[in-house]
Design a binder for this molecule. Structure first.
Ligand code: GLA
Ligand code: ZN
Length: 664
C-alpha cells in the first residue's frame, strides 16, 4: 500500500465555487505558505452529474491538472456526501427519514439513507466514473470517501433491512425476545415484521442516542446503522481498490467523537485514519489531546488531521479568533499526538453560503499580509523543516484507557439512577489524570491487545460482552494493573443485568461485590477518607462489600459512612482497583498518585507544559513541548540540553505563550 510520501500541509479547497481564472493565483498564494496539498471534490456531485447518467468532468479535470502541474498532493474526495436536487426529486427514498418520522427534502448534506438502493446505485456509478478517470494520476496521494459519515435513518427500507439484520443476529424470535427482555410491558414479538425501528412514537422518546424504552432494540439499531454506513464506505473503497489496489483510502472521522459510528469497528477498513478537529473555544486542552490519542490508537499509527480551522469556525455559539500563536500550538498539538498532516477547512473563504464566515487561509480580503495568512505561512515553513523528521515516528504508551462504543451507547441509555451519566465525562476524568502528568496513553477498545500495557483503565465499563471478563482476568493474572469504577460489569451485550451482584463478571478480578448504588444529588456533599485526607465525590456512590480486596478509602458521610469507597485486589501477579464513586478532580488526583506510584508508571516530565514523545525506528526521540496557554511556562531542566529542531537552537528556560518546541 502507498504511504504519505511527505508531511501534508493544506486542506479543503473548493475552486468549483470560484471563476477559473482565479485558481492559479490561489495556488501561488498557497505555495507562499508552503502548502503542498489540497482536498478537492468533496461536494461536487451536482456539477459532476447534472442529470442522471450524464457526467461533466471538465471543471474537475482542470482543477486536477492545475494542482498536478504545481506538484500538489491531492486528497481526492468522491463527492457522495451531498446529493443533487434531481436525485431527491426522482428517487425520494434516497433521503433520510428522521427519528420523528419525517423524510428529508432536497437540501443540506450528509442525509442519504444507507439502505436506499437508488442512493447506492447512483453513488457507485459516480465513484466508478471518478476513479476510472483519475486513478492513474500520481499526484493523488489519498482517496477521501464521502465526508463525515454519521446520523441515522429510520425509513421503511431501513426497517426492512433491520429485520433481516436481526434475523441473522438472533436466528429465532425466541432469542430476540430474550435479548430484548420483551416480556416487559407486553413487548413479546411473534413475527419478524412486527419489529419497528426505534422512533419517538414507538419504543423510544426524546433523544435518539440517550433515551429509550428498550435498550436492546436501540443499541442494536445503532450497531445496525453503523454497519450499514460502513458498508457504504466499503462499497466506494472496493471501487477505488479495483483500479488501484495500492491506493490509500480513508474517510474523515469527526466530532467528540461521533457517537453513532463505531470508529473502532471502522478502523480496520481505513488505510489511514483521518480526523476533523474543531474543539469549542472553551474546551479544555485535554479534550483535543484525548481525541488525537483516540485517533492514533485506532490503528496504532499516525493519522491525518484532515480538517481544522486556521482562525475561527462559524458554527459554534461563539466562534472567537485564535490568539496570535494559538493556531500553531493547536495544530502542533495534533502532530504531537500522532498526526502526519495539518489540513485546514478551508483554504479559501467562501463568498456565499453557510460557511462564508468560517476561517480560511485566504480570507475575504484576499491579501497575504494578514495575521492569519502570516501565521499559516510561518507554520508552513516550520512543517517543511520538521515534517521529514517526524513523518516516520510514532507515539508509544504503556497505559491504555478503554473507550468502547457499546459502552458509550449503553451507559447513556441507562434509565436512572442519575440523569447526569455521561460517558465522555467519566472517560475524560481519567484521561485528564494522565494528561496533566504527561504520561502517554493509548485510547483502546475492548478488542485491542492488552498485553502491551502495564496499566489498563476502564472507567464505567458498563457493558461486558462474553469473554471480556476472562480477557481482563488473564491480563491481570499475568501481572497487569487494572482500574475500573462504579457502573462497571453491569450488563451483557444486550443490556441485561448480570445476576448475582455487581460488578457481575468483574467481581472476581476486583474481589468485591456491590450491593446498592446511591445517586448523589447535585450540591450534596459526599466525602471519603483516604490516607488521612478528605476526598470529595459525587454522581454515584457504590455500597461495596470486599470479598478478597483491601479497602483504600472509606466514605465519611451519609448512612454508609465507614464503608469502602475505593478498594484494591491482588489477583495473580497483578492488581485491580475499584473506584466506587466519581471523585472530584483533586480527590481523584490523590488516589491516582497513589496508584501510579504503586504501578511505577513513568511521566515524561512533571510540568504544566504539555509534553509528548514520538520515536523513530532507530529509537531516536522527539519530545514535543507545547505551551497551550497565554502565559509563559518553565521548561523542565532535563530538556535544557536538547536541541529544538524548529529553530535549530537550544531552548530557553522560559517557554513563551503558545510556543512549541520539538526537542531532539
Ligand atoms: C465539517 C465538514 C466541512 C466543513 C467544516 C466546517 O468538518 O467536513 O465540510 O463544513 O465542518 O467547520
Ligand atoms: Zn433509511
Amino acid at each position: 500500500m502507498k504511504e504519505l510520501s511527505r508531511f501534508l500541509y493544506g486542506g479543503d479547497y473548493n475552486p468549483d465555487q470560484w471563476p477559473e481564472d482565479t485558481w492559479s493565483q490561489d495556488i501561488e498564494v498557497f505555495k507562499k505558505a508552503d502548502i503542498n496539498s489540497a482536498s478537492i471534490n468533496i461536494f461536487s456531485w451536482a456539477l459532476l452529474e447534472p442529470e442522471e447518467g450524464k457526467y461533466d468532468f471538465s471543471k474537475l479535470d482542470k482543477i486536477v491538472e492545475e494542482l498536478s502541474e504545481n506538484n500538489f498532493d491531492i486528497v481526492m474526495a468522491t463527492s457522495t456526501a451531498a446529493m443533487p436536487a434531481w436525485m431527491f426529486k426522482k428517487y425520494p427514498d434516497v433521503a433520510r427519514v428522521d427519528y420523528q418520522g419525517r423524510r428529508h427534502k432536497f437540501g443540506q448534506r450528509h442525509n442519504f439513507c444507507p439502505n436506499s438502493i437508488n442512493y447506492q446505485r447512483l453513488a457507485k456509478h459516480l465513484v466508478e466514473k471518478i476513479v476510472q478517470r483519475y486513478y492513474k494520476n500520481p499526484h493523488i496521494a489519498v482517496w477521501h470517501v464521502n465526508n463525515e459519515y454519521g446520523g441515522n435513518c429510520y425509513c421503511e427500507n431501513c426497517q426492512k433491512e433491520f429485520r433481516i439484520w436481526l434475523k441473522n443476529r438472533y436466528q429465532t424470535l425466541d432469542n430476540l425476545n430474550k435479548a430484548w427482555n420483551n416480556n416487559v410491558w407486553s413487548h413479546t414479538i411473534y413475527n419478524w415484521d412486527e419489529i419497528v425501528v426505534p422512533n419517538e412514537l414507538g419504543d423510544a422518546w426524546g433523544n435518539e442516542v440517550s433515551e429509550t424504552i428498550v435498550p436492546g432494540l436501540s443499541i442494536d439499531y445503532l450497531r445496525f446503522q453503523s454497519e450499514k454506513l460502513q458498508d457504504l464506505f466499503n462499497m466506494e473503497k472496493t471501487i477505488i481498490k479495483k483500479y488501484d489496489p495500492e491506493a490509500l483510502v480513508t474517510t474523515n472521522f469527526h466530532s467528540l467523537p461521533n457517537k453513532m459510528i463505531d470508529y473502532q469497528k471502522w478502523a480496520k477498513d481505513q488505510d489511514i485514519i483521518s480526523y476533523d478537529s474543531y474543539p469549542a473555544y472553551n474546551a479544555p486542552n485535554y479534550l483535543p489531546a484525548f481525541l488525537y490519542d483516540l485517533m492514533r490508537s485506532l490503528k496504532h499509527q499516525p493519522f491525518m488531521l484532515m480538517e481544522s480551522t486556521p482562525s475561527q469556525v462559524n458554527w459554534q455559539s461563539y466562534s472567537p479568533l485564535k490568539h496570535p500563536g494559538q493556531m500553531q500550538a493547536t495544530e502542533f498539538q495534533a502532530v504531537a499526538h500522532g498526526a502526519n498532516t495539518v489540513q485546514f477547512f478551508q483554504l479559501k473563504q467562501a463568498v456565499g453560503g453557510s460557511e462564508k464566515y468560517h476561517g480560511a487561509v485566504i480570507g475575504h480580503s484576499q491579501r497575504t499580509d494578514t495575521r492569519v495568512f502570516k501565521e499559516v505561512a510561518d507554520l508552513g515553513k516550520k512543517l517543511k523543516k520538521v515534517g521529514p523528521k517526524i513523518l516516520h515516528t510514532n507515539n508509544e504508551s504503556k497505559v491504555g484507557i478503554i473507550f468502547d462504543w457499546s459502552n458509550f451507547w449503553s451507559y447513556e441509555y441507562v434509565d436512572g439512577i442519575s440523569q447526569d451519566f455521561n460517558y465522555m465525562s467519566e472517560i475524560l476524568d481519567y484521561y485528564r489524570q494522565f494528561y496533566e502528568r504527561n504520561i502517554p496513553v493509548d485510547i483502546i477498545g475492548v478488542d485491542d491487545n492488552f498485553d502491551r500495557y502495564n496499566l489498563i483503565v476502564a472507567p464505567v465499563l458498563y457493558m461486558v460482552k462474553p469473554g471480556l471478563d476472562k480477557k481482563i482476568n488473564k491480563y491481570v493474572k499475568k501481572g497487569g494493573r487494572f482500574i475500573t469504577t462504579f457502573m462497571s460489569g453491569m450488563v451483557n451485550e444486550s443490556d441485561n443485568i448480570y445476576i448475582g451482584g455487581y460488578p457481575g463478571p468483574l467481581k472476581e478480578v476486583t474481589g468485591i461485590w456491590v450491593e446498592e448504588s446511591d445517586a448523589v444529588i447535585p450540591n450534596q456533599k459526599i466525602t471519603a477518607s483516604f490516607d488521612k485526607a478528605e476526598l470529595q465525590c459525587g454522581l454515584i456512590c457504590d455500597l461495596i462489600h470486599p470479598i478478597s480486596a483491601k479497602v483504600l478509602a472509606r466514605y465519611s458521610s451519609e448512612f454508609y459512612a465507614g464503608t469502602p469507597a475505593v478498594t484494591v485486589n491482588d489477583y495473580g501477579k497483578g492488581k485491580a482497583w475499584y473506584i466506587g464513586s466519581k471523585f472530584k478532580h483533586g480527590s481523584l488526583s490523590r488516589i491516582m498518585d497513589y496508584i501510579l506510584t504503586t504501578c511505577r508508571i513513568q511521566s515524561l516530565a512533571n510540568s504544566s507544559l504539555e509534553i509528548t514523545c514520538r520515536k523513530d525506528m532507530s529509537g531516536k526521540k522527539y519530545y514535543f513541548v507545547l505551551n497551550m496557554s497565554n502565559e509563559a511556562q518553565m521548561l523542565p531542566d532535563k530538556f535544557l540540553n536538547y536541541k529544538d529542531i524548529i529553530t535549530d537552537s537550544l531552548p530557553t528556560k522560559k517557554v513563551k505563550p503558545w510556543q512549541v518546541l520539538i526537542l531532539n
